[in-house]
Design a protein around this ligand. Structure first.
Ligand SMILES: Cc1ncc(COP(=O)(O)O)c(C=O)c1O
Length: 466
């Protein structure tokens, strides 16, 4: 018998025979098995060797082949010892995990800030990927800071104040946030976050054991006078901001506030971590250049990631800093994970410098503008009593205030039960939320789906006792 599929059938019959025999039973002889299943001696030998490797048989030299003793089933395992080993560390919340949950294929995804496949530059990625893996150096080491040309490209984007040597390549923005929070602060240190803010920044700060100091923002970004107070009161040395189309509220830090923020951090000897996550997605006129371009004395650490403008799997970001903090971050990053896969860095560089890149950004902006407008219009028409803080001039989220009588958790749960995924606003607040909000994202759904989602939200809200 030399046909693969029939020999697989026989192998599974022999395995069934073994499973049906009590542990320690003697197997029929080789000759008997050959005759019973019409196998060649070599095939019997191969099959039994395979079953032995998998731990189902044991051979006792001079005696024969026996069914192996059975291990107790995994269900009976006692892992309660881990309770003591792990202790009661509370830093890790499930919020970020929830945000990354893959939505059911037929759900309407208004909970993801990533572009869906229709908007990803798949052609550019395929071509760059094919070229990158053929390069002779593809799998060699790079300097741990990253591919020099990619570092130079990121540096040029900060409006000229950073050079390539100031940039470290990290495996995505999240890893960069984690590196900055952990390597610049010690557990217990205060870190200032604009509130509301990116749920992943809250998660990283908590995981690093830092003390979160929320400072309220409004549609013009963080409030500089409150920031000044918080710096003076807590002695914080790190302020995390997204000055451009903040996640979740879509705020842009107003030009006058940028100076005030930089003056405040300079007075208090602190750093700003500028997370420029939405630098590519202005949907009207371009927003102001990064704060890093206004900083002469190394107060701004600048972060720009590619997972939003390219695709979620493009886990590459540039983290730029000046002065001794750069050496601290470089060493910290090496201790975290040595360096980022060179092939991915090469693909990132090829995509960013391809002639089609600018065209890609243009068509994504057009699509996002249509999606944002369709979502905002549907909200205006169908959700009376709810309020949009603003219609942001860029980004991928709308920040919807619900009437106070409603709970964001209950509305989000009811929406999920009806196939609409939205994010609970409370996840974006480092402390108690001052109101009930939903974050509605338009990067992964087209206008008709967005309108259907709002219709379902309208039904849910109408059914709530008022
Ligand atoms: C504001 C902000 N910063 C950073 C990140 C993380 O980016 P990355 O996917 O590159 O890790 C996200 C992801 O959603 C984000 O919204």
């Amino acid at each position: 018998m030399n046909d693969d599929s029939s020999s697989a059938v026989v192998a599974s019959r022999i395995e069934g025979l073994i499973q049906s025999m009590p542990p320690g039973s003697r197997l029929p002889s080789y000759r008997e098995l050959q005759q019973r299943y019409r196998l060649s001696p070599a095939t019997v030998q191969r099959m039994l060797a395979d079953l032995s490797r998998r731990g189902l048989l044991v051979t006792r030299p001079g005696s024969g082949t026996y069914t192996a003793p059975r291990r107790p089933s995994a269900a009976a395992a006692d892992v309660s010892w881990q309770t003591l080993a792990l202790g009661a560390r509370t830093g890790l919340s499930p919020d970020l995990e929830r945000l990354l949950e893959v939505t059911a294929p037929d759900a309407l995804p208004l909970n993801s800030g990533f572009l869906d496949e229709r908007l990803q530059p798949l052609g550019l990625l395929a071509a760059a990927g094919a070229r990158a893996v053929r390069r002779p150096q593809a799998w060699n080491r790079l300097p741990p800071q990253g591919l020099p040309e990619l570092r130079a490209h990121f540096a040029a984007e900060t409006a000229g104040t950073m050079a390539g040597q100031n940039v470290l390549i990290t495996p995505g923005g999240q890893a960069a946030l984690s590196a900055v929070f952990r390597h610049l602060c010690a557990p217990g240190d205060p870190v200032i976050l604009e509130s509301p803010t990116y749920v992943g920044a809250i998660a990283v700060a908590r995981a690093a054991g830092l003390t979160l100091v929320p400072v309220p923002g409004d549609r013009d970004g963080i409030q500089p006078d409150v920031l000044e107070d918080a710096l003076a009161r807590t002695g914080a040395r790190l302020v995390y901001l997204q000055p451009r189309y903040s996640n979740p509220a879509g705020a842009v830090l107003a030009p006058a506030r940028r100076d005030a923020v930089l003056e405040a951090v300079a007075r208090h000897g602190a750093f700003v971590l500028e997370d420029d996550w939405m630098r590519d997605f202005y949907l009207g006129l371009p927003s102001p250049p990064p704060m890093a371009s206004m900083d002469d004395d190394g107060h701004v650490i600048y972060l720009r990631s590619l997972s939003k403008p390219v695709a979620p799997g493009m886990r590459v970001a540039g983290l730029a800093a000046r002065g001794p903090v750069l050496a601290r971050l470089r060493r910290g990053r090496i201790s975290d994970d040595l360096f980022v896969t060179p092939v991915l860095q090469q693909i990132a560089l090829d995509v960013l410098t391809a002639p089609g890149w600018v065209r890609h950004l243009g068509s994504v902006r057009r699509a996002l503008r249509e999606r944002r407008d369709a979502l905002a219009a549907a909200i205006g028409a169908m959700l009376p009593g709810c309020e949009l803080a603003a219609i942001p001039a860029g980004g991928v989220h709308l920040w919807l205030r619900l009437p106070d009588r409603l709970s964001d958790v209950e509305v989000a749960d009811a929406a999920a039960a009806r196939g609409v995924a939205v994010s609970q606003g409370r996840m974006s607040f480092p402390s108690e939320p001052p109101g009930q909000y939903l974050r509605l994202s338009y990067s992964a759904a087209e206008p008709p789906a967005l309108v259907s989602a709002v219709q379902i939200l309208a039904d849910i809200l109408a059914a709530e006792p008022g």
